[in-house]
Design a protein around this ligand. Structure first.
Ligand code: NAI
Ligand code: MG
Length: 363
């Protein structure tokens, strides 16, 4: 099959790490049978410099038409004073919003060679491979009313509102169960039904979706606070964790710290199934930003970007074997002691972005 990608390298180290993904695309195109055709577009500061907007309508149309978007990173001091609506981050937010990317996937994977670099005990994190799935477009970050009111007696009142409708919980649950089927077939749903009505509905809808459509997947429910404790105490018990926007924000950052450097963390955001292609709208991106402090120096770690591309293969294109190949190549490269500066320990020899890319490609 032929797959259409839109590459949006963005700013700072974005283009540097995206260059390593292009080499992987060439590799897989030679290997076959799947072929990738890609176009490149401008986003963030790079787009502002060219078109005075953080993403043009033309690029948005391409994003909507693509089978998947591979995104680098945006932002930097150069654009600190551009008008608010044209700031680099606005391009990323528009992509998420216009494509309705409501499911945020944040894997936490520990590579054996880096297990000691984690702040936690080796036996706890060695071989860790879990996925935090965070609802991204609803919940308390967006619910109305959202106000601060002056009560007039020297007191103010702040109100945020957690709102979830059945359909929002249903669609994120479906993504969770679909992911689990491509992984280790287990979903843990986390909420606080003991104190929150949204938690009651969350638990109920996840269970119903399971019983109706995904009986083959193992489902567990945990309260989000003790679930967070379990995540740090015994993370390997989990496969896919699904939760709302707020709990997901916290739990995914906690899980990230089980594994180490920002330069290693991949992510994906998924939306609805496109009726024509039968594929979910999807954007894959590293968790890190544009790293202005190291941009242009060839120092960036391309692993987060490469692993994000690996997620595209697994979750958009059913190329699980090829995605495994990428993961194994990363692990083998790290096993050989090859390190970019961000993951090296003091005194260790380090390699450049391109050298890391070459080493992974060779594996
Ligand atoms: P950052 O992630 O760009 O950098 C934080 C620190 O981690 C820096 O010291 C950087 O050198 C290091 N780092 C990040 N990625 C690395 C990699 N691949 N290899 C080696 N080292 C790496 O976050 P920061 O500094 O808070 O933000 C810089 C700019 O990026 C800002 O304009 C911010 O708004 C933007 N940003 C964009 C994001 C995106 O495009 N999704 C996400 C986060 C920040
Ligand atoms: Mg966060």
């Amino acid at each position: 099959a032929t797959h259409n990608l839109l590459l949006l390298p963005g700013d700072g180290i974005g283009p540097e790490v995206m260059a390593e993904v292009k080499r992987l695309i060439e590799f897989f195109n030679k290997k076959g049978p799947n072929r990738f055709v890609y176009e490149e577009g401008l986003v963030g500061g790079a787009s502002y410099d060219a078109d005075k907007t953080s993403i043009s309508d033309v690029t948005m149309e391409k994003a909507k038409a693509a089978d998947a978007i591979i995104f680098g990173s945006v932002g930097g001091p150069k654009w600190a004073d551009v008008p608010y609506e044209a700031r680099p981050e606005a391009g990323l937010l528009r992509l998420r919003k216009d494509l309705d990317l409501y499911a945020n996937l944040r894997p936490a994977v520990t590579y054996p060679a880096l297990a000691d670099a984690s702040s936690l005990k080796r036996e706890l994190v060695e071989g860790l491979d879990i996925m935090i799935l965070r609802e991204l477009t609803g919940g308390v970050y967006f619910g109305e009313p959202k106000t601060i009111t002056d009560l007039g007696n020297g007191q103010k009142r702040a109100v945020d509102t957690q709102v979830y409708d059945t359909y929002e919980i249903e669609r994120i649950s479906r993504v969770a169960f679909e992911l689990a089927r491509k992984r280790n077939n287990k979903v843990t749903s986390m909420e606080k039904h003991n104190v929150m009505k949204s938690g009651v509905l969350w638990k109920e809808v996840v269970q119903q979706t399971h019983d109706r459509e995904f009986k083959d997947v193992k489902l567990e429910h945990q309260l989000a606070d003790s679930g967070g404790m379990q995540l740090v105490k015994n993370p390997k018990q989990f496969d896919v964790i699904v939760c709302d926007n707020l709990f997901g924000d916290m739990l995914s950052d906690i899980a990230a710290m089980l594994t180490g450097s920002l330069g290693m963390l991949a992510s994906a955001s998924l939306g609805e199934v496109d009726p024509k292609t039968k594929r979910r709208k999807a954007m894959y991106e590293p968790v890190h930003g544009s790293a202005p402090d190291i941009a242009g120096k060839g120092l960036a770690n391309p692993i987060a970007m490469i692993a994000s591309f690996g997620m595209a293969l697994r979750y958009s294109f059913d190329m699980g074997a090829e995605a495994d190949l990428i993961d194994k190549a990363i692990a083998a490269t790290l096993d050989k002691g090859i390190r970019t500066a961000d993951i090296a320990t003091a005194g260790e020899k380090t390699v450049s972005t391109t050298e890391m890319g070459s080493a992974i490609l060779a594996e």
